[in-house]
Design a protein around this ligand. Sequence first.
Ligand code: CDP
Length: 252
Amino acid sequence: MICLTEIKLIDDDGLRLDGRKPDELRPIKIEAGVLDNADGSAYVEWGNNKIIAAVYGPREVQPKYLQDTAKAIVQVSYNMAAFAGDDRIRPGPNRRATEISKITAEALERVILTGQYPRSSIDVYIEVLEADAGTRCAGLTAASVAVADAGIPMIDLVPSVAAGKADGQLVLDVGKLEDNKGQADLPLAYVPRTGEIVLLQMDGHFTRKELEMAMKMAIDACKEIHVIQQDALKRKYTPQSSVNTNEQEAEQ
Ligand code: CDP
């Protein structure tokens, strides 16, 4: 049996358990428009996380009493599949899913131009197929691409990532064991166009200086993730012929 207290999260060369440097992201792949039946969708593979986001709307609000005459409401449902973790996850709503759904909706509301769609609802479904820490950040990252894919006007995409502390050292994009055994976890979402932080949570302890550095680390990484999000949309919406032409030009 592995004894978690004996595991070193950072080795003598300063590398993490999966070989990453402290400020290195896991590999991220995003594909936009993967579902025919949703108005917008996106699939993200982020390290070992596999997450799909689907968007329906703007459409009539259900239940009707939630209707807002001034703007659209954003409703998010985050769900982890029963087979997403090492142990079977009990299906159905729970406190964690309710919390993640709420903070994700609040982050998306900051960028979606909800005032353009009074009395309607924008419904976002985030399904975690495989989980390996950081699913709220990866889910929000995918969801904002799915909203854009649905053609819903927004200020910007919302890249998101967690910074943390492992073996007393600041680390970016916290992995599963770092999440379980590290000293702190700071999920953050950032809107590059406005510089606004639309999600900030903290679990554990940072000094004030560490907190500032962790936030900067996460914001810098969000700018990288933003490029991956934009590329996913460009791949879907750039006509194939111009993609081919660009590739041919690059080859010459
Ligand atoms: O996923 P995220 O880091 O945003 O949220 P968390 O609550 O800090 O969970 C960290 C990780 O623990 C998840 O990504 C899953 O890998 C795992 N987890 C799980 O296996 N079963 C749960 N019921 C909750 C979390």
